[in-house]
Write a protein that binds this ligand. Structure first.
Ligand code: ADP
Ligand code: MG
Ligand code: MG
Length: 880
């Protein structure tokens, strides 16, 4: 028969799946000989069984009674005894910590008879009645769903009748009245009297804790934290200890290090003469642990030594709940504590210094996501005025700008702006790109604004419902703001401030930029140390996507060891659009005029990445993207004709634009297809690359260009381009050897990678296009349209544009790597989509055997850290 109940002395910290985190850690503390009240844990398996069948599993009653006898023996009191009752707490505790999401009931076992016994035994009548009223309140709420307000109203009434400000000041007589009032509330809402039988209370409480697994807020929390919905919670039953027995009693929470900064030294709050959750509820002002040291030095000393032992045992920062009853310390909970990203780095480095963990382990105490958070600028909150409103912090960052209400205004603005809208849609994209930040009054973390802003790394606060946005003004907190008024939005906290709040650039970014030294700064020293170790461990190289010399130089400062994607399309923008127009209109001289411009661009880039590989992608987007939009041209031509003028060049352009119009440009004439259809275009680019490289060599540089052909689906495409390119390369004297490779971004290319490798010296996965083409949707069209729904339905756990879809797109990657390398051993394989900077995707690319990832310069450090983590996880060796 399945066993459902384990004594604290039987478990240990590694049994979280069965006993839940709280139960496993209570067991561990018990084994360590720490002062834990005796008790036992009902397993998560019993909970699953209960939730499945709707009733307590067979045998559970007897098992609980058996273990209860053990607790009674240890304490020397009997549960339900009228003269000297044992009281119990019944606590939830799942495998993963879900703070405050489920239920706990204290003081189980009290009734009309035993409350008097408890008063006599302890000589403290007030305490007995206080415990009883707490029980009726918690039990009513948790087991019978009595609305908490009903009790709170009585409590408030009692305080005002007594003329006191806090519960602690209520006297015995008033608490007795309160118990009477609570019982009436209980009866009114449940149609029955408060149960007096202690064993009935116990089993009703266990069932209620089981059910609290399915409470709405708990389910929502699990969805957000990606905790499976079917785990169930364990239930911990343990003897009560009392912090509400007067001034030599109290209850507190503490951390073994500062969870905000990581600084060494214990941090905590203590509340005298209080029970359970009074501390976190913020009912009364708490005292610090150092104040505890003055009022109860013995307990304080013992607490510090317990905390030190816990850190040694868990080899990490721990947090604890404790209670002092008449000067005796009891430990009620511990776990490895949550911490800020900064604290995570600092603590990991400290633990290495202290000899507690190895550097490899330290790498696994931090994440790329945490590093990313440390790289956002932040507001100097000391200098900030009170916020106007608070919305959902959807995409981190600190943005300051003048309000604009539409995308066109954002694009037209010359000063920094914040795009303020009720909600955004794909038409707002240009404005979102132009703005410093995006603020909406509707929608949550999966709204269009949120999803797109996160994708762009743009600061976004969404769903700020206190904002009333009406045309060209917004009303908030009694103020009316107009276009042009400056506001500040914090994408982490969701706060919206009036005016320009001072922004602090991230010190971590300034350190990467070389503007700060790490020396003497605990956070920067920790980051430096872990980055060095990550680089040392990493097998994947990290390159950057950089289109300009300035980007390339920054990428280098951030630790990139090459440029994995240099797009050339920006070289056709601005003044140069005219040259593309001429090219499209069949002017043969256009390419010749472009050549020197491109050559100069490449010289600058090669100089910035001297001595490092630089992969240049030949032009990819459809050429009509460089022409004026159809509607604009149509209007111009119509106007000219109406005035009886000759539309001239506009007329010719309009004909060209109409001819080139595509229903699905993403699937149209672009990439290698352009190179094959427009004579001389690719050849001109190849020549510019080769001549720029030759010039750099002549100037004493070490340029290492590679040429990458986009959108290849068939080896024949690549062979044709290659033959032409090789001819050009051979004709440029003094150029270094230049490899020619291809992007793998069309599913057919992945499937025929064996053939394609015959003509490619390297592969680079374009995972953005590969994702679009594998799923058959276009990113620009779908993110705002239905990604929110899909995420809600659980069809995606995360957007496949954010983290690589390892089952689908990832399978194509694995296939292409295998077939490509089989055909050409030693083939270099990298990735240059946005996924190259996503922590989970970096892990995938490591496992898939790629040689490098390439991402935007800002994400280079994140990819480096994750590459190191991936490699040290795989090898697991120790390198202290
Ligand atoms: P949560 O998971 O929400 O923190 P807990 O199960 O830890 O809930 O319990 C809520 C509060 O009750 C905590 O402050 C805890 O310390 C206190 N508590 C739990 N069990 C006991 C006990 N046996 N004696 C005294 N206080 C207790
Ligand atoms: Mg707790
Ligand atoms: Mg592409």
């Amino acid at each position: 028969m399945t066993r459902y109940v384990y004594d604290f002395v039987e478990g240990n910290k590694d049994l979280k799946v069965l006993l839940g985190g709280k139960g496993a850690n209570l067991a561990e503390m018990t084994r360590m000989g720490l002062p834990v009240p005796p008790g036992f844990t009902v397993t998560t398996e019993a909970c699953r069984e209960y939730l499945r069948t709707g009733s307590m599993p067979t045998g559970l009653f007897d098992e609980v009674e058996d273990h209860l006898r053990m607790v009674q023996n240890q304490i020397g009191k009997v549960f339900g005894d009228a003269k000297d009752p044992l009281l119990l707490s019944v606590r939830s505790g799942a495998q993963f910590s879900m703070p405050g999401m489920m239920e706990t009931i204290l003081d189980i076992g009290l009734g009309d008879a035993s409350v008097a016994g408890l008063a006599r035994q302890t000589g403290d009548e007030r305490f007995a009645w206080d415990s009883y009223r707490r029980l009726i309140q918690m039990f009513g709420k948790t087991v019978f769903d009595v609305p908490g307000d009903a009790f709170e109203e009585e409590l408030t009434a009692a305080r005002s009748t007594a003329g006191v400000a806090t519960d602690a000041e209520l006297g015995t007589a008033q608490l007795l009245d309160l118990v009477y009032a609570y019982k009436k509330v209980f009866n009114e809402h449940t149609g029955r009297d408060f149960p007096q039988a202690s064993h009935e209370q116990l089993f009703l409480a266990i069932g209620a804790v089981f059910r609290s697994w399915n409470a709405d807020r708990a389910a929502l929390y699990r969805r957000q934290e990606r905790i499976p919905q079917d785990l169930g919670t364990a239930v911990n039953v343990m003897a009560m200890v009392f912090g509400n027995r007067g001034e030599d009693s109290g209850t507190g929470v503490a951390f073994t290090r500062d969870p905000a900064t990581g600084r060494r030294g214990v941090y905590g709050d203590y509340l005298r003469n209080a029970q359970g959750e009074d501390v976190v509820a913020g009912i009364r002002n708490t005292m610090s642990l150092s104040e505890l040291a003055t009022i109860d030095p013995a307990s304080h000393r013992q607490l510090l030594s317990v905390m030190q032992r816990l850190e040694q045992r868990y080899r990490d920062l721990c947090d604890v709940e404790f209670t002092i009853e008449n000067g005796k310390l009891w430990m009620l909970q511990t776990r490895v504590g949550k911490r800020t990203p900064a604290a995570a780095f600092v603590i990991a480095a400290q633990l290495v210094d202290e000899g507690t963990i190895t550097l490899d382990e330290a790498l696994h105490r931090v994440t790329g996501g945490q590093l990313a958070q440390l790289m956002f600028p932040s507001f100097d909150t000391d200098a900030a005025p009170p916020p106007l409103a608070t919305g959902v912090g959807a995409s981190p960052g600190a943005a300051v700008g003048a309000i604009v209400f539409d995308s066109a205004a954002a694009e037209a603005a010359t000063e920094p702006v914040i795009l303020v809208r009720r909600e955004t849609n794909p038409d707002d994209l240009p404005g979102m790109i132009a703005a410093q930040g995006v603020l909406t009054s509707r929608g949550g973390k999966t709204s269009h604004a949120a999803v797109v802003a996160r994708g762009m790394g743009k600061t976004c606060v969404c769903g700020a419902e206190e904002l009333d946005i009406d045309g060209d003004e917004v009303t908030v907190a009694g103020r009316i703001l107009h276009a042009g008024d400056v506001i500040s939005i914090d994408g982490t906290s969701g706060k919206i401030y009036p005016g320009a709040v001072a922004v602090r650039p991230s010190s971590v970014v300034r350190w990467f930029e070389g503007e700060l030294t790490a020396h003497g700064d605990p956070l920067l020293s920790a980051v430096e140390r872990l980055m060095i170790h990550a680089d040392h461990r990493a097998r994947l190289a990290v390159h950057a996507n950089a289109d300009t010399g300035a980007d390339a130089a920054r990428a280098r400062r951030f630790g990139a060891t090459g440029v994995g994607l240099c797009r050339t399309e920006h070289m056709f923008l601005g003044d140069r659009r005219v040259l593309i127009e001429r090219l499209i209109l069949g002017d043969d001289g256009a390419l010749a005029d472009l050549l020197p411009l491109q050559r100069a661009d490449f010289e600058e880039l090669f100089a910035a990445m001297d001595g490092m590989p630089m992969t240049v992608r030949l032009i990819d987007p459809p050429l009509h993207e460089f022409l004026p939009p159809l509607d604009e041209l149509t209007a111009r031509v119509a106007r000219a004709e109406a005035l009886g003028q000759d539309p001239g060049r506009d007329g010719t352009l309009l004909t060209a634009v109409r001819r080139m119009h595509e229903q699905n440009p993403m699937l149209g004439l672009r990439g290698v297809r352009l190179g094959l259809v427009i004579p001389g275009l690719f050849a001109m680019q190849v020549r510019a690359i080769a001549e720029a490289a030759a010039a750099r060599v002549a100037a004493g540089g070490d340029p290492r260009p590679e040429i990458m052909v986009p959108l290849v689906g068939a080896v024949q495409e690549l062979e044709t381009v290659r033959a032409e390119a090789e001819k050009v390369l051979a004709s440029v004297p003094g150029a270094p050897p230049i490899r020619i490779g291809t992007m793998i971004e069309v599913p057919r290319a992945a499937l025929t990678a064996g053939q394609i490798a015959g003509a490619a010296e390297f592969f680079s996965f374009g995972t953005n296009d590969l994702t679009q083409m594998t799923w058959g949707f276009s990113r620009d069209d779908v993110e705002g349209a239905f990604f929110g729904t899909y995420l809600g339905l659980g069809i995606f756990a995360v957007s496949p544009f954010e983290t690589i879809d390892s089952d689908g797109v990832g399978e194509l990657v694995r296939i292409a790597v295998e077939r490509g390398r089989a055909a050409r051993p030693g083939l270099t394989v990298g990735v240059c989509g946005e996924h190259g900077g996503d922590p989970a995707s970096v892990r995938f690319f490591h496992d898939a055997g790629l040689d490098y990832v390439s991402c935007s310069p800002f994400r280079v450090p994140i990819a480096r850290l994750e590459a190191g983590r991936a490699a040290s996880a795989a090898d697991g060796s120790d390198s202290r």
